[in-house]
Design a protein around this ligand. Structure first.
Ligand code: AMP
Ligand code: MG
Length: 331
C-alpha cells in the first residue's frame, strides 16, 4: 500500500511517499522546503503563502523521485495538528484536492505521534520507546500506555528549538539557529550558571533564555553561553526522559524533532540509556525533522487499523494534543 503524506505544521512544507506493504516503513521519497523569515520569527500567513507556492511542485517531485504513478497511490495523509492555523490549512487543502482528484481516501494525523511512529516504523528493534521529541515549537516526553501516547513531561512555555532560535536570532544568527549554537558550544570552556527549571516532570526554558541574554550583555563569551545553554537544557531533557523510562519500565529511548540532530543531546541521552541498560534510537536527520514521510506512515497505520475519514470531516486542529489520539493500531 502506498501513501503520500503532506506535512505543514509550521516552517516546513514536506511531501513524502512511503510503501507499507511490508511490516516496516519503506520511504520512497521525502522532500521538504523550509520557510526562512527575513527577520523575526515565523509569520503564520507568510509561512502559509510559502507552503502554498511550493506544495504542488513538491507533490510532483516526490512522485517522480519515488518512481510512483499517481494512479498507484492508495491514500493521502496530512498533518491535522498541532501547529499554526494558516500552515495547517494550506497542507490540508492540498491533501483534500489530491484526495478528490485521485479519488483516494484521506487521513489527517497527529504530527507529534508521527514523530514517534516513524522511529518504530524504520528502526530495527525500536518497538516500545519513550520518545524525547524536541523541535522548534514542541518539547514533549511521550510513551505508550493503555491505548494512548501519554505525555509524561513537556515544556511549560517555549519549545527547546524556539529557545535556541530566539537566542540565536538576537545574536544575529541565521534561522534555524540550533546548528550555529552547537558549533559555538563545542568551543565553550566555562560553564555559566543558568536556571535549571524542572517542575514535576515539566520543563521551562524562558527564564534560562533571559539569563543567557543577560550573560551576553555582560560581555561573557558567546561560546561559553552556548555551551552552558546546551548543557543545562539538554541535562533537564535527559533527566525527565530518564524518569519517564523508570516510571513506565521501558528500556528503549527514541529521539525526534529537529533538535535531535544535535550531537551533544544525542550523546547525553545515549549515556543515560547505556547506564540504564536501555536501547538508544535516533532516526536519520531527514526523518527527525518535520517531514512528509512520517505523516504518510502514520496515515497508513491508521488506515490499516480500520480508521476512516471523510473529506468533509478532514478538519485541522491547532491544539491537537498527543494524548487525544486513540492508538488503535497498537496492542
Ligand atoms: P523541527 O521544528 O522539528 O523541524 O526542528 C527545527 C528546530 O531544530 C529549530 O529550532 C532548529 O534550531 C533546531 N535544530 C536544528 N539543528 C539543530 C542542532 N544541530 N542543534 C540544536 N538545534 C537544532
Ligand atoms: Mg515536528
Amino acid at each position: 500500500m502506498i501513501c503520500v503524506g503532506i506535512e505543514g505544521t509550521a516552517h516546513t512544507i514536506g511531501v513524502g511517499i512511503v510503501d507499507g506493504t511490508g511490516k516496516k516503513c519503506n520511504v520512497l521519497s521525502n522532500i521538504i522546503k523550509i520557510y526562512r523569515p527575513k527577520q523575526g520569527g515565523i509569520h503564520p500567513r507568510e509561512a502559509a503563502n510559502h507552503h502554498a507556492s511550493y506544495v504542488a511542485d513538491l507533490i510532483k517531485e516526490s512522485a517522480e523521485k519515488a518512481q510512483v504513478d499517481f494512479a498507484d497511490i492508495d491514500l493521502v495523509s496530512f498533518s491535522k495538528g498541532p501547529g499554526l492555523g494558516p500552515c495547517l490549512r494550506t497542507a490540508a487543502t492540498a491533501a483534500r484536492a489530491l484526495s478528490l482528484s485521485l479519488d483516494k481516501p484521506i487521513m489527517g494525523v497527529n504530527h507529534c505521534v508521527a514523530h514517534l511512529e516513524i522511529g518504530r516504523g524504520t528502526l530495527d528493534g525500536c518497538k516500545d520507546p519513550v520518545l524525547l521529541y524536541t523541535s522548534g515549537a514542541n518539547t514533549q516526553i511521550t510513551a505508550f500506555a493503555e491505548g494512548k501516547y501519554r505525555v509524561f513531561g513537556e515544556t511549560l512555555d517555549i519549545g527547546i528549538g524556539n529557545c535556541l532560535d530566539k537566542f540565536g536570532r538576537n545574536m544575529g544568527f541565521e534561522f534555524p539557529c540550533g546548528p550555529k549554537i552547537e558549533e559555538l558550544a563545542r568551543k565553550g570552556k566555562k560553564y555559566l550558571e543558568l536556571p535549571y527549571s524542572i517542575k514535576g516532570m515539566d520543563i521551562a526554558f524562558s527564564g534560562l533564555l533571559t539569563a543567557a541574554e543577560q550573560y551576553h550583555k555582560k560581555g561573557q563569551r558567546l561560546e561559553d553561553i552556548c555551551y552552558s545553554m546546551q548543557e543545562t537544557t539538554f541535562a533537564a531533557l535527559t533527566e525527565v526522559t530518564e524518569r519517564a523510562m523508570a516510571h513506565t519500565e521501558k528500556n528503549e529511548v527514541l529521539l525526534g524533532g529537529g533538535v535531535a540532530s544535535n550531537k551533544r543531546l544525542r550523546n547525553m541521552v545515549q549515556i543515560m540509556a547505556k547506564e540504564r541498560d536501555a536501547h538508544f534510537f535516533a532516526p536519520s536527520k531527514d526523518l527527525c525533522i518535520d517531514n512528509g514521510a512520517m505523516i504518510a506512515w502514520l496515515g497508513l497505520l491508521m488506515y490499516n487499523s480500520g480508521i476512516r475519514m471523510k473529506v468533509e470531516d478532514s478538519f485541522i486542529d491547532q491544539r491537537f494534543r498527543t494524548d487525544m489520539v486513540d492508538v488503535s493500531w497498537r496492542d
